[in-house]
Design a protein. Sequence first.
Length: 253
Amino acid sequence: MNKSRTVGSKWVKTKVLLQNKELRKFVPETRIYNQSNLFQMLNKYKMVYVKPINGSFGQGVIRVKKNHKYTFQSGKTARSFETFQGLFTALNKAKLKKSYLVQQGIHLLTYQKRIFDTRIMVQKTPHKKWEATGYIGRVAHPRKIVTNFHNSGKPLPLEVLLGSYINGQKKKEYIHRLRNLGYRIAKHYHKSYPGFKEIGVDIGIDKTLKPWVLEVNTAPDPFIFNQLKDKKMFFKVLRYARENGRFIRVKRK
């Protein structure tokens, strides 16, 4: 059994989630990227994301669509093609020289016409219990397809982003359910990787308010929470991260 505290492969992390029949329903269909899988997934979903198996900060992620034409967008640049073969040839040149996955595209909720998702932080407490310690919304740059803070995304309170979809007590209950989903994922991951003390779960929300687990990060950045005006969540997340052996202050002699 691997006791490592980090797992880089999105494919391995997806397969861990799929082992749990309760969590499986929140996982978008994901396959290894090749011509056949891309063709089948595009026909089935009309929109997919092509992602490096090992990668971070949204780098190398490409959105592919099939309407009356085939299109893909990487960064701020979109290109269109008359044929699938034309798309596939150009896509192979545009993507990073890495192994990739193709993932079912989720039509995410938007805020001021920009897509957003949410990061749920789950950490071991000083009492060695799992706790969902932080949650934050991440809004994509107006011309980009990824929400990552390190890729021009803007962190904002999730309450603000959900405001035009759900309000009052229902919003509180909904955020509680998202945090609980993160907690359940941490508990499940711990069975395969008992060395883990923290995970960051990236959850996309579709137009029906169904949550989808887009990715599980095994070395999540606590400093995104410092972008919130209210620092209470950030201080707790950072304190727990230090308790768990990360970001230890070096004492000067």
